[in-house]
Write a protein that binds this ligand. Sequence first.
Ligand code: HPA
Ligand code: ZN
Length: 349
Amino acid sequence: MFKVPEVAQNRLPDLLKLMPKAELHIHIEGSLEPELIFRLAKRNNVAIAFKSIEELRSAYAFTNLQTFLDIYYAGASVLIHEQDFYEMAWEYFLKASSDNVVHAEIFFDPQTHTSRGIPMKTIIEGLARACRDAAEKLQISSALILCFLRHLSEQEAFETLEQALPFKDHFIGVGLDSSELGHPPEKFAAVFAKCRDLGLHLVAHAGEEGPIEYIWSALKTLGVERIDHGVQSSKDPDLIKYLSSKRIPLTVCPLSNVKLKVFAHLSEHNIGQMLEKGLCVTINSDDPAYFGGYINQNFIETFEALKLDAHHAYSLAHNSFEASFASAVQKEEWYRELGQCFKRFTGKE
Ligand code: HPA
Ligand code: ZN
């Protein structure tokens, strides 16, 4: 067991920035910065409802998940060509690299684009090319996870899967996102069963603003391996017991939760308590262009608000690797690098 060294509170932000980490909950369309939205809108001749970057940014005042999603889908309408998808993902990788992300499992929402007539091939090949470049030029390993939009029907999810199967080598799993309330996981039981048979990994957003029952349903009916968000779990001791005994990870996104009013303030966030209870929780950025920061910003603000320390930092980074879909050999390598980083940081190596 690695002995985490003591680190002075004022040196913690540097450690948080420096430590290697995995990001497991990032919607690539949520990394579209206003500058890139405007650049692509101009290049592709797409009209957008905002006159300037500043006007667009000032519309990022959300009251719940749906008010965010309306703007998020509008922003994604500027993505037309393979190169657009490539540039969006490449810009994310540059940010991830400067945050010392060494591995990213990235959500994409094909239905947001295929519904506008963009071919599945254009979407997936653009994203996959950025993933290859990230490995080669930035030494970041990555994988794509195709998300079904839960406000649409299961039949539409099946059709989307069908369109994506020719590109199956380019994604490792499926997820479930978009408007949670009124769209329980069990609505997608059959398509998730098919994906399981295809050997794909399974994850789902649950318990972001939806009820605890949705988390149970994602686990028991869909059979997911990770819960995205899942912050409502802390209200159910049986669920906490279940998650911790099975080491089922929760990919938590603190700045997102505050921006979407799941918690009134970061100081009220329950990630510290869940970590103390032994849950495999991780910190992620969700939609960093919309929620006020990339992964390191999430770490820094959360640690400051909740007064977390180096032990929490080590656990969160370790959890991020443990919760990933990488191989056991690769995880061991990351654990070693994480330990070395902590030792180097305190100058005790
Ligand atoms: N929740 C649900 N759907 C989403 C989100 C989210 O936080 N971000 C992008 N799609
Ligand atoms: Zn999300």
